[in-house]
Ligand binder design. Structure first.
Ligand code: FNR
Length: 362
């Protein structure tokens, strides 16, 4: 199939998937203003490329929390991947590993931490949702650590599920032949049908709305894995996260699926980077669809980016091969962007290589 860019997988996935599943993957919260803005904001950042620099050799490798990867492009946690393809998270894990990059497995995966680990070598992070029952959390974190996961991405923007109207209309629920595998043995693996979104009801029943900064510290008492706080978009919370012991920050608005009318993450990134003062690495997810987007995030100070929808939608279209292709296309586009901007390594990408609408004229 002649797919030439990441976005083309949207239409293919839409054709292939049941409406309920496609809508769950693709949509955002309420007016979906933030969802649209997530793309638009990238288009308002322009390049200031440098010329006549030898770009015959370009190095994209980087080190994340001490782990060397092939490029600063990683896989974000997205739930329930077996709705996209029978191989689900297995396919994603294999594709990420063969691309030499990190996969983050969702708490709500349809494959367990042990199953994802069984796919072979690869650097994997585990995304954590904190359940009301802390024994459940402690058990799961222990299992992830034992299965060789290298870090926790603690999602902090979801005390309640955002109002995703497509899911409400479709009465979204996990198909009965699938389970949230990590919770299977705990009797929390099934999702009931509801009059609105089955997932919203599940979250209301199980997820701990009392979660607060002291729990970030508690988490460090039950695991040696470093903790990335996922869902920070302000300087204030950046400082608190670092104080609470975070090993890194993920600037994320959950793919525009939680609070609508928050800024695009690429617009919030610089504020967070400044507040972090280089004490911990800052990552970004949200709306990354092009190699140019990756470059813009790095120019604004991100140590790397994560992609969500491009993975599930390419998985739906072509399984493992689709996810591989998405990672390869982004890699190739990013390399080309570096060459055409006059950068041969990640550290050569600077703030001066871009201009934003909030910059003063030079
Ligand atoms: C998500 N996201 C998410 N985040 C998380 O912490 N745990 C999860 O289980 C999920 N599940 C999930 C499912 C689907 C279908 C989507 C689209 C997103 C959010 C995800 O990790 C990430 O923040 C965004 O997807 C990034 O934006 P893009 O790349 O999808 O634009």
């Amino acid at each position: 199939m002649g797919v030439t860019n990441v976005t083309e997988y949207e239409a293919i996935a839409k054709e292939k998937l049941p409406k309920m599943v496609y809508d769950y993957y693709a949509s955002g919260a309420e007016d979906q203003w933030t969802l649209e803005e997530s793309r638009n904001a990238f288009s308002r950042i322009l390049f200031r490329p440098r010329i006549l620099i030898d770009v015959s050799k370009i190095v994209m490798t980087t080190t994340i929390l001490g782990f060397k990867i092939s490029m600063p492009i990683m896989v974000a946690p997205t739930a329930m991947q077996k709705m996209a393809h029978p191989e689900g998270e297995y396919a994603t894990a294999r594709a990420a590993s063969s691309a030499g990059t990190i996969m983050t497995l969702s708490s709500w995966a349809t494959s367990s931490v042990e199953e994802a680990a069984s796919t072979g070598p690869g650097i994997r992070f585990f995304q954590l949702y904190v359940y009301k029952d802390r024994n459940v959390v402690a058990q799961l974190v222990r299992r992830a650590e034992r299965a060789g996961f290298k870090a926790i991405a603690l999602t902090v923007d979801t005390p309640r599920l955002g109002r995703r109207e497509a899911d409400i209309k479709n009465r979204f629920t996990l198909p009965p032949f699938l389970t949230l595998k990590n919770f299977e043995g705990l009797d929390l693996g099934k999702m009931d049908e509801a009059n609105d979104s089955g997932l919203a009801s599940y979250v209301a029943g199980q997820i701990d709305r009392t979660l607060s900064w002291k729990d970030v510290q508690w988490l460090q008492t039950i695991t040696k894995m470093p903790i990335l706080v996922k869902g920070v978009i302000t300087a204030e919370d950046t400082r608190l996260a670092i104080q609470a012991g975070a090993a890194g920050i993920i600037v994320s608005n959950h793919g525009a699926r939680q609070l609508d009318y928050v800024p695009a993450t690429i617009s919030a990134l610089e504020e967070v980077v400044k507040a972090a003062q280089g004490r911990v690495p800052v990552f970004l997810d949200g709306g990354v669809r092009r190699g140019t987007d990756v470059f813009k995030a790095l120019a604004l100070g991100a140590a790397g980016i994560f992609i969500g929808r491009p993975v599930v939608l390419s998985l739906a279209a072509e399984g493992e091969a689709g996810v591989r292709k998405v990672l390869q296309m982004l890699r190739d586009e990013f390399e080309l962007t570096m060459a055409l901007s006059g950068c041969t390594s990640l550290k050569e990408i600077t703030r001066d290589h871009i201009v934003t609408e909030w910059d003063a004229p030079k």
